[in-house]
Ligand binder design. Structure first.
Ligand code: ADP
Length: 393
């Protein structure tokens, strides 16, 4: 069966058409600048690439054009071949604990969490509505970034702040990247043929989060009420002392929103290095001896190592550490910097085994106390698998 896996942004729509159960990517692509003057789209299939500048007034127009292109290029013979559409949804609050079949009612319930994910949730919903309009007979499934983390206990998801902030305003840790952590857990537990694994999953891309998982259940995760919390990221600060915010407001005359914007977009690797949020640029500068780039990398690695140590404690000893996403999959240098900072756990990297990118591999030595694997993530596939399961019920 063919399933479309969709990630809709406010002015973009990313899709992957996947054949299941053999997991073959039939086509993938991106519609960009929807609703803006210079909109365009790219579709890749079977070694071919379509790139067109075309007016995309809204998401429904983008979906209609996508359907046209799929049929015209014989990627599908008829649209009936598309049996389900799975949508990435950022936020399901505390209410959604698993992926869901979507209808108007469920969409209304999801919209209640728009204020918790104002940049993503309304756009995700817009994407679903576009598919409901263009393909009214095809089932849609919502796969949330937050649901996997719903197994956390109060001791982990509550902040030590006035309890009424939680009861009155929903202030708690939600966690994100759940679909990626879930996919990585599924992959490593299938590979090792164990469903009782204790895993520290490190998703380190532009955004980044760690997740402590025991037997498929999340014990703790590093992102929080929003994706700003936790480890240092490409352009996000991760955890900082909140008193910094009013202090810098007074110094600069900026509003709280402007400071939070700086913490999201001008901090992390970018803020410290002053060069880029892209780890490749920072790595190149560090290799040329740029001191702030070196500092940025050291801080980045140390924060991740510290979280690994904490999660190892929470899991009472992890069975496996996994690394995934842009840096985890591709940067052998950052992998080494992180693993070299958890020597106290008896974890050792094998430099020869670590010399590769973009594949599933073991990178620790035979005598490493905890094995470390690189597990390429695949959120699109996870979304498609959930969709297949829900529409088949
Ligand atoms: P996003 O969170 O946007 O999905 P990705 O998971 O794609 O991010 O990760 C992007 C990050 O991965 C960037 O910082 C990029 O520099 C880094 N990255 C990608 N390829 C490499 C590579 N070959 N070497 C080092 N870093 C890489």
């Amino acid at each position: 069966m063919k399933i479309l896996s969709v990630n809709a942004g406010s002015s973009s729509l990313k899709f992957t058409l996947i054949e299941l159960p053999n997991r073959e990517v039939v086509a993938s692509g991106l519609f960009e600048k929807i609703g803006l003057p210079d909109s365009k789209y790219t579709i890749k299939y079977n070694g071919e690439k379509i790139v067109k500048d075309r007016a995309l007034e809204d998401h429904s127009v983008a979906v209609s054009i996508l359907m046209e292109e799929l049929v015209n290029n014989n990627i599908v013979k008829t649209l009936d071949e598309i049996e389900g559409v799975g949508h990435r949804i950022l936020h399901g609050g505390s209410e959604f604990t698993k992926s869901m079949l979507l209808d108007e009612d469920v969409l209304k319930r999801i919209a209640k969490y728009n204020e918790l994910g104002p940049l993503h949730n309304p756009a995700n919903i817009m994407g679903v509505e576009a598919f409901m309009k263009v393909l009214p007979n095809v089932k849609n499934v919502g796969v949330f970034d937050t649901t996997f983390h719903q197994t956390m206990k109060e001791t982990e998801y509550l902040y030590p702040v006035p309890y009424e902030w939680y009861t009155d305003y929903g202030i708690r840790k939600y966690g994100f990247h759940g679909t990626s952590h879930r996919y990585v857990y599924k992959t490593i537990s299938e590979y090792l043929k164990r469903d009782d694994l204790k895993v520290i999953s490190c998703h380190i891309g532009n955004g980044g989060s760690l997740c402590a998982i025991d037997s498929g259940k999340v014990i703790d995760t590093s992102m929080g009420f929003t994706p700003l919390a936790g480890i240092m990221m490409g352009s996000r600060s991760g955890d900082i002392d909140p008193s910094i915010i009013p202090f810098v407001m007074k110094k600069t005359g900026k509003t709280a929103e402007e400071i939070v914007n700086d913490l999201n977009k001008k901090s992390g690797l970018l803020g410290i290095s002053g060069i880029s949020s892209d780890s490749r640029d920072v790595e190149n500068a560090a290799n040329e001896g740029n001191e702030r780039a070196i500092l940025a990398q050291e801080m980045y690695a140390q924060k991740i190592a510290n979280y690994i140590a904490v999660y190892n404690n929470m899991l009472n000893g992890a069975d496996v550490i996994t690394l995934t996403a842009g840096l985890g999959e591709n940067s052998k240098n950052m992998r080494k910097m992180i693993i070299d900072r958890i020597k106290s756990l008896g974890v050792k990297i094998d430099d020869e085994k670590n010399d590769f990118r973009g594949e599933f591999r073991l990178i620790s030595t035979d005598d490493s106390k905890i094995p470390v694997y690189v597990v390429p993530t695949n959120e699109e596939l996870m979304i498609a698998l959930d969709t297949m399961e829900l529409i088949s019920k």
